[in-house]
Design a protein around this ligand. Structure first.
Ligand code: SF4
Length: 194
């Protein structure tokens, strides 16, 4: 799948606002090493929303690119989306490492994402995977990416599209073409909005 030896980059992380760095609104506060607010260009026109942060450091503490971020960048590159055009964030701002109460954590963390999006005011949003779709569009009654992809929806007035989670694409390589097609539609949407 990968064409070049090392074509991917570790995007700069944006620190969480000071008052959220110690957040204890849910049980993930006991599992995390730190609150992960997001990464990439903080003023980007596109905000990507994933379910939760993945591993960011290896055992020695060196930053590394997890499979999710690698697949994401592969798809972006195929679609002609530059890393400068994107900011990546999460429904949950802490990385889970053990079982936890998912509905409670998602509800507890939702105000952080709302606040973040209000502050950033991106032109367009893009969600990855069914968990993000269900959480962001609860009125659509358990929407799936399969149903939502290929159309534009609205999240409090901002256009939002959806595609499969990068990890699902890694597990099922036949999804890669769809993934790239969806990201290409996002690139077209951005051109339309700018
Ligand atoms: S996941 Fe969100 S709500 Fe839970 S402790 Fe982390 S920042 Fe707070």
């Amino acid at each position: 799948m990968l064409r070049d030896a090392n074509p991917f980059v570790i995007l700069p992380e944006e620190a969480a606002p000071e008052d959220i760095q110690q957040c204890e609104r849910c049980e993930l506060s006991k599992q995390r090493t730190r609150v992960i607010w997001g990464e990439g260009n903080p003023d980007a026109p596109i905000v990507f929303i994933l379910d939760n942060p993945g591993a960011r450091e290896d055992r020695e503490g060196n930053a590394f690119l997890c499979g999710t971020r690698e697949t994401l960048q592969y798809g972006m590159r195929e679609a002609g989306i530059s890393v400068d055009e994107v900011y990546v964030t999460y429904l949950l701002k802490c990385r889970p490492i053990r079982a936890y109460n998912k509905p409670e954590a998602r509800e507890a963390c939702a105000p952080h994402l709302q606040m973040q999006l209000l502050a950033k005011r991106p032109l367009v949003l893009f969600g990855f995977g069914n968990i993000v779709a269900e959480t962001l569009l609860p009125l659509n009654e358990n929407p799936t990416v399969k149903e939502l992809r290929g159309s534009w929806h609205s999240l409090r007035g901002t256009p939002i599209g959806f595609t499969y989670h990068p990890l699902a694409v890694r597990r099922r390589p036949n999804l890669m073409k769809i993934f790239v097609d969806d990201l290409t539609a996002l690139k077209d949407k951005l051109k339309e909005l700018t």
